[in-house]
Design a binder for this molecule. Sequence first.
Ligand code: KG4
Ligand code: ZN
Length: 352
Amino acid sequence: MIQGVFSTPLVFSMLLLSIESSCDETAAAVVQDGRSVLSNIIASQVATHAEYGGVVPEIASRKHLEAISFIIEEALREASVTLSDIGGISVTQGPGLAGALLVGISTAKAIAYARKLPLIGIHHIEGHIFAAFLEQKVEFPFVALVVSGGHTHLYRIDGFGRYQILGQTLDDAAGEAFDKVAKIIGLPYPGGATIDRLASRGAPKTIRFPRPLLHDGSFNFSFSGLKTAVMTYLRKNPVSDDGILLENLCASFQEAVCEVLVSKTAAAIADTGISRLVVAGGVACNSGLRSGMKKLAVEKGIDLYIPSPLLCTDNAAMIAVPGDYYLENGVCSGLGLDARASWPLDTVSVER
Ligand code: KG4
Ligand code: ZN
């Protein structure tokens, strides 16, 4: 179904203004033809939410409102363009915090209406997966492992809008597990990157944490038991002043998470017979995961695509990749576009 302000396919080189506000980053980007990033501006609210130990939805919406106009102006300024040069707008439609999403969506709709520009609502995880396209040429089909604060999913990707779930977490997402363990050991939110740093100084074999669902034959994950194992270990082994125990604990925890992620991904690759792999989402910044996946790729002859860290965490440039594809093919969202706080990726299709 084609809806919206424009319904004719756009065939010329197109500059997209892209907006992302699904969680605690207000982001805007200008991207040419869904591939060349002319600007990618991100305002993080992390410091504000750290005080509360996690994202406070109400505060997130207010902070997005305060930042969004400035961030869009910055994105246009850095790309050395004005709104008159923009050919279309892509915006994260969901999943995410409803109030936070609405700030980006309302802003995108206002600009689309005022400038008579085509508008497309994009699935946040679709953006994460296609971030890899901003740096490398990736052929279809491929297997995608998405590891973020809210997702741990294995997908088979056959094209834009052609997504099949192979497996997913049954409880906590990988990023959530990192953040919860960080909280247990007293690190500020979000603690994934800090655990990664501490782990680099620790010995991963010192504590044997469980590898949940490693040999269950599915492509599913479970991380909540691992978090409990860390709590139990700390109750029995209080942290010493020199911090060595903490570094070893982080290294051992990270190794357990990465071993499961790599092993399940390897099984999905073997099962599908697809030897192309994209690893995406904030946890794809993790050094242990990146090196584990590189090792797997060399051993099994897999073409591996992991975006640069800045394109793994939330940003607006990634939203422009599917945005450009849909608009180029005449698929638009109407101005009735609404936030979808919960939205399974496998229900997304080219026919919006
Ligand atoms: O994709 P993202 O920016 O936002 C969501 O869509 O959730 O991912 C954020 C998650 C957080 O849980 C954060 O702790 C985690 O990514 N993360 C990391 C690292 N950098 C970010 N986890 C482990 N190691 C890292 N280096
Ligand atoms: Zn994300």
